[in-house]
Design a protein around this ligand. Sequence first.
Ligand SMILES: O=C(O)c1cc(=O)[nH]c(=O)n1[C@@H]1O[C@H](COP(=O)(O)O)[C@@H](O)[C@H]1O
Length: 224
Amino acid sequence: MSNRIFVALDTPDLARAKALATRVRHHVGGLKLGLEFFAAHGQAGVREMATLDLPIFLDLKLHDIPNTVAKAVQALGSLAPAILTVHAAGGRAMLEDAKAAAPSGTKVVAVTMLTSLDAQDLAATGVAGSAHDQVSRLADLARQAGVDGIVCSGDEVAAARQAWPGGFLVVPGVRPAGGAIGDQKRVVTPRAAIDRGASILIVGRPITQADDPDAAARAIAGTL
Ligand SMILES: O=C(O)c1cc(=O)[nH]c(=O)n1[C@@H]1O[C@H](COP(=O)(O)O)[C@@H](O)[C@H]1O
């Protein structure tokens, strides 16, 4: 994949998602559609965005019992997204069944610890230890379950790459130097994430909220 930026089109507005994607399409490697978009437009919306001819990252972060997740993945199968997310915390059987239910061309990646959380948030959910420990543990689980990779922050991606040389490692929560952080807590620059071993980067607001999204995407791609 020559351009490793997937732009997160986090909007419930289909026309806006299409307009944004059309503007930035030559400066990104793919489009990420998440819960906000899917809740508003469902599979028809995803098909509509697929007409732009860029790989689709369908970020639904599925997390339920194995049977329910497998049936959901099956129901999404005809969309054949390039990448599909599930939560690693759903456990080994859920991850195995999600992978088994996915089309062969779809990479299933497991979200480890959301980039909007820090060690204090983790402790509040009853998990002791550092973000690093939590990501390592869930990355091992994901690898053993046979999914294609994980989602983690740029703080943990170097260790994840060392532990999983062939893993497809997705890093969201990236910000150009000095960029507004918003609700993210574990952020690094796009360049640092790539240098530390990220396979692809997810970039939302630094592109979509920019006055000139096209220029913002080009500028970020230019730092890689
Ligand atoms: O799975 C994800 O894509 C994801 C995982 C995570 O830990 N943190 C995270 O921010 N994301 C997604 O990455 C995107 C980040 O958006 P920005 O913060 O606007 O760049 C959003 O679409 C999130 O849903």
